[in-house]
Ligand binder design. Structure first.
Ligand SMILES: Nc1ncnc2c1ncn2[C@@H]1O[C@H](COP(=O)(O)OP(=O)(O)OP(=O)(O)O)[C@@H](O)[C@H]1O
Ligand SMILES: [Mg+2]
Length: 260
């Protein structure tokens, strides 16, 4: 197999249980270089956990995870620090540092790695903020001084700040208006097309899924219940996908009873 044929990310039979309940159950997944994969599924289906396992933040109980053919399970802390530099990550709750200015958050890695001085890093951060539609004035505010949707975009600016090879984006458009969602979708597509990034995102907005996905994996109770190219999302009669696409209450994805 040549390097170009090697999958960028490969998971095989990844299982992780908490208190005897499988939150990830025999997950297989293959993603080629320069592809955009979107994970879909109901709340608690294991989407965020899957990203954390690939990043090595949570150890799977069993199974194999490889990035560029290298196993990521059981890596030493120092090896992981180096390896993580290739990833740009937007966590579901952003994970911004409250005590740092927005530009310092965006430039966090650049400042830590010491390649740029503070003035250069600030300029770089302002350019990244511009790419996610935030004006330069935002740079000198604290995260608590901007709206939830703006914090989401700051998190995204930080994830792309070092032009990483692999992007993991947990709900990059949650809480954004539809126009801003389209702008962010285009930004994600640009990373794949121009910077040859490989992207795994978790998205529940169907318009965004259709805009950015090359392929889709659907999780339900920790299992992959469907996977396929985006073109097949509307063609398949898989009941889980149908329920998701039609946004229906009826179907195999059970919703909790609401108290009346
Ligand atoms: N560190 C943990 N300890 C215990 N249980 C966990 C842990 N992380 C995840 N889980 C459980 O694993 C399941 C999947 O969680 P996960 O966060 O991946 O859901 P999700 O698909 O991202 O949902 P949402 O769309 O609501 O964000 C849940 O039942 C959750 O409680
Ligand atoms: Mg989640």
């Amino acid at each position: 197999m040549t390097v170009s044929e090697q999958p960028k990310i490969r998971l095989s039979e990844v299982t992780r249980a908490f208190d005897g309940v499988r939150a990830l159950d025999n997950v297989d997944l293959t993603l080629a270089h320069r592809q955009s994969l979107v994970l879909i599924g109901g709340s608690g289906s294991g989407k965020s956990l899957l990203l954390k396992c690939i990043l090595g933040l949570v150890n799977p109980g069993s199974g194999a995870i490889e990035v560029d053919g290298v196993s990521t399970i059981g890596m030493s802390d120092s090896a992981r620090m180096d390896w993580m530099k290739r990833f740009g990550v937007l966590f579901q709750r952003q994970g911004l540092f409250d005590s740092m200015l927005i530009w310092e958050n965006v430039a966090f890695r650049l400042l830590n790695e010491g390649d740029l001085n503070r003035a250069e890093a600030r300029e770089h951060a302002i350019a990244r903020l511009g790419q996610v539609g935030l004006p330069p004035e935002t740079a000198d505010l604290y995260p608590s001084e901007v709206s939830g949707g703006m914090q989401k975009r700051v998190g995204l600016a930080r994830a792309i700040a070092t032009d990483p090879d692999i992007l993991f984006l947990d709900e990059p458009t949650a809480g954004l208006d539809p126009i801003m969602s389209t702008i962010i979708s285009e930004l994600i597509n640009e990373r794949v097309d121009e910077l040859a990034a490989t992207v795994v995102s978790i998205v529940s907005d169907l318009a965004v899924v259709r805009n950015i996905a090359d392929s889709v994996v659907m999780l339900h109770e920790g299992r992959v219940v469907w996977s396929g190219p985006i073109a097949e999302l509307d063609e398949t009669d898989n009941p889980y996908v149908r329920q998701f696409v039609t946004q229906s209450v009826e179907g195999p994805i059970e919703m909790p009873e609401l108290a009346s």
